[in-house]
Design a protein around this ligand. Structure first.
Ligand code: CP
Length: 308
């Protein structure tokens, strides 16, 4: 049993597929997990709607005891280190902590300590590093539509450099046999990702892609200078999913976006709810993917469930 879920690439293919299978089982209602005496704390140092709420929903569905800690009212504001905060939560009796933090790789020092000196750890997003629970729900959404990964073509478009979604998904998709390509402004490309796929013009082979994965323009991570250069109309025309580009997509292609969406920037506002869009399905799947994540950290003897 693992004590951390912090980087999607830590999982073997078998573990990954098993978690996707479990998330789909939870979604189908064929397995209803009940009664779990674990205590989970949610500690979000960065804002969130989807991840924070769906982790809480997953915890409720699993029967966990939940605590939400507001970092702005915690002793982190008095300078307490993350390590001391985590040791404190362990001492108080918290079994698992779900953390979102702006510090990339915040979890690295805690691999060995997790489940012992500090609670078990779930990474709900670290700076522009990883967003493993988003990756799992994205993979689940792809499996729902295509069943398998091998041979699929996924085009990741937008602010690659600042995106933890791009970083998490590119490596795992590449490992699963997907042909990954990236498009977006040159200044937001990331050479460290070229090992997983090449950067191409957005219109190159657009009609051959199975998945169009759009990324949010992350204004909060742009420098003042970058934000100043940014024009919505120009971005949308050059790198956005316009109606014209939508018409060129394969009939079976799907559109994904981790959200929140900047309507009219990464994607034409009318296309957010288009037939090919899986954006709100991704959000729904997030609850079940996060149930599978939390369940993977749970001591089996404390878990009981019923099969319909
Ligand atoms: N996709 C995602 O992480 O959204 P939130 O920031 O709302 O959690």
């Amino acid at each position: 049993m693992a004590n951390v879920f912090v980087n999607i690439n830590d999982l073997s293919d078998q573990e990954l597929l098993s978690m996707i299978h479990q998330a789909l089982l939870f979604k189908s209602g064929q397995f209803i997990p009940v009664i779990n005496r674990q205590v989970v704390a949610n500690l979000f140092f960065e804002n969130s709607t989807r991840t924070a709420t769906s982790f809480q929903m997953a915890e409720m569905k699993l029967g966990y005891q939940r605590i939400v800690i507001d970092p702005n009212k915690s002793s982190a504001t008095k300078g307490e280190s993350l390590e001391d905060t985590l040791k404190t939560l362990k001492a108080i009796g918290i079994d698992t902590v779900v953390i979102r933090h702006s510090l990339r790789d915040w979890y690295q020092p805690f691999y060995e300590m997790a489940g012992k000196e500090v609670p078990k750890l779930v990474n709900a997003g670290d700076g522009n590093g990883q967003h493993p629970s988003q990756s799992l729900l994205d993979l689940m959404t792809i499996v729902e539509h295509f069943e398998n990964f091998a041979g699929l073509r996924v085009r990741i478009i937008g602010d690659i450099y600042h995106s933890r979604v791009a970083r998490s998904n590119a490596e795992i998709l590449n490992r699963l046999g997907v042909e990954v390509t990236f498009s977006g402004p040159k200044e937001w490309q990331d050479q460290s990702l070229e090992q997983f796929g090449s950067f191409v013009d957005i219109d190159e082979d657009l009609g051959k892609q199975d998945v169009i994965m759009l990324l949010r323009v992350q204004h909060e991570r742009l420098t003042d200078e970058e934000n100043q250069d940014f024009t919505i109309d120009k971005y949308h025309e050059d790198y956005g999913l316009t109606k014209d580009r939508y018409r060129k997509l394969k009939s079976n292609a799907i559109i994904m976006h981790p959200a929140p969406v900047n309507r009219g920037v990464e994607i034409d506002s009318d296309l957010v709810e288009a037939d090919k869009s899986r954006i709100f399905q991704q959000m729904k799947n997030g609850v079940y993917a996060r149930m599978a994540i939390l369940n993977s950290l749970t001591i089996p003897s404390l878990m009981s469930g019923v099969r319909k």
